[in-house]
Design a protein around this ligand. Structure first.
Ligand SMILES: Cc1ncc(COP(=O)(O)O)c(C=O)c1O
Length: 412
């Protein structure tokens, strides 16, 4: 076969285990009816009637935007000025951030994560990822010819700080530079959020690594606005003020997730560091990457984010709070019932997913299949089974932990 693609690129097809199970669940629903199937595969917010949530407070103002404003290019490749300012204010809320900053508009949180990986590391270097994580991190690393090293996430029900330290230090020693991803708060897929003291420990480790060379923390906050306590969700940002001169933080924000607008690609990379010159250097490179890859972000998506999070804030927060509390109810039911029946899951605090702890790969596969035979559809992740509570209504959530535990015991 003639090879038309470049030499150094992985051409094995995407192993999308989510897509395959999603279609099986769809087929089951078509054949047996919605009521008979528990579809916990979908990673987006659904209402109690089983419809994808699209906030009125987001789409009413969006639909009022004039056609020619939707049609026009953005003001610049780094995004509209008011959007960049508003993203920064939205992320930090009333937290006092004593760092230099810049914001680059990106196509969703994905754009921010991907541009950071490709602009920060050279081919062949390693990016440090959580062991259980959103699958796209690894794909982004591979597409940029980066290697991935992983840190264990939990020990005794808390963030595994020793593993984080060990892996960061060893990569630092190996390559004299560190890019590490922390997906927090509302980690996908476990629903863990680090405490402020855990964040303090993370920053201390990054500063220690920084004594040997440049350190970049990629803090992926895709789900931050679905935290159970909006005000508290930003408190950890204060720990960022303690970074040393050799540490930089890129916060990957997803306006698409915050506004329930997954297909309206909009997000941002927020660059934070002690020195303005360092921030400017990364800003220049990210702006050029934007120009070279996606050019610009939909003008109307940026305009709408600014409107919804300022003038339209009250209805937006009201609507969002309603769904966040629904998510909280679903997760409370699931985790409380799991505790009663002894169904083990990773430490969960908040967010879209709960992940059952299933470390043995063969057993995980068997369990996943056995659940599907009982019309319970979930997604396999590394060392676990992801249950997407975001897309399950309360009725279907009730009793689910027990059903899964019975299946697990039966095949054990
Ligand atoms: C952990 C995590 N980060 C980032 C993203 C990117 O989201 P988007 O590009 O849709 O904004 C996702 C999407 O599922 C995610 O789960």
């Amino acid at each position: 076969m003639t090879r038309f693609i470049k030499q150094k690129i992985d051409d094995t097809p995407i192993a999308d285990n989510v897509f395959a199970v999603v279609s099986l669940a769809k087929k089951a629903k078509a054949e047996l009816g919605n009521d008979k199937v528990i579809d916990a595969t979908i990673g987006a917010l659904y209402d109690e009637e089983g419809e994808l949530v699209a906030f009125q407070s987001v789409y009413q103002p969006y639909n009022r935007i004039k056609n020619n404003e939707k049609a026009t290019y953005a003001q610049s490749f780094s995004g509209n000025a008011d959007y960049r300012k508003q993203v920064y204010n939205w992320i930090k809320q009333d937290i006092n951030l004593d760092l230099c900053h810049s914001v680059i508009a990106t196509p969703g949180g994905s754009g921010a994560v991907s541009t950071t990986m490709s602009d920060i590391l050279d081919e062949g270097q390693s990016v440090v990822l959580p062991e259980i994580a959103w699958g796209s991190y690894k794909l982004m690393a591979t597409m940029n010819n980066l290697k991935a090293k992983t840190y264990s996430l939990f020990k005794d029900g808390r963030f595994h700080i020793e593993s984080f330290r060990e892996v960061c230090l060893s990569v630092m020693e190996e390559q004299g530079k560190l890019l590490v991803v922390v997906n927090d708060p509302c980690h996908n897929p476990t629903g863990y959020s680090l405490s402020k003291s855990e964040w303090e420990a993370v920053i201390e480790i990054l500063n220690t690594c920084g004594e040997q060379g440049p350190v970049i923390l990629l803090n992926d906050i895709a789900y931050i606005d679905f935290s159970y306590d909006f005000k508290q969700s930003r408190a950890y940002l204060e720990t960022f003020n303690q970074i040393s001169d050799n540490v930089m933080i890129v916060v990957a924000f997803s306006s698409s997730k915050t506004l329930t607008a997954y297909g309206l690609r909009c997000g941002a990379a927020v660059i934070l560091a002690k020195s303005a010159a360092n921030v400017r250097q990364v800003e220049i490179v990210m702006e050029k990457s934007a120009r070279a890859i996606w050019s610009n972000i939909p003008n109307a998506a940026m305009e709408n984010f600014v409107y919804v999070t300022s003038e339209g804030l009250e209805p937006y927060m009201g609507e969002k709070d309603y769904f966040v509390s629904l998510l909280e109810q679903r997760s409370k039911i699931f985790t409380e019932e799991a505790a009663i029946v002894g169904l083990k899951h990773y430490p969960y605090k908040e967010g879209f997913f709960v992940t059952l702890e299933v470390c043995d790969a063969n057993f995980k596969d068997k369990f996943h299949k056995a659940c599907m035979e009982e019309q319970i559809y979930t997604v396999q992740v590394n060392k676990g089974i992801r249950v997407a509570l975001c897309s399950l209504n309360i009725e279907k959530t009730r009793g689910l932990a027990k059903k899964m535990k019975i299946i697990m015991d039966r095949i054990s």
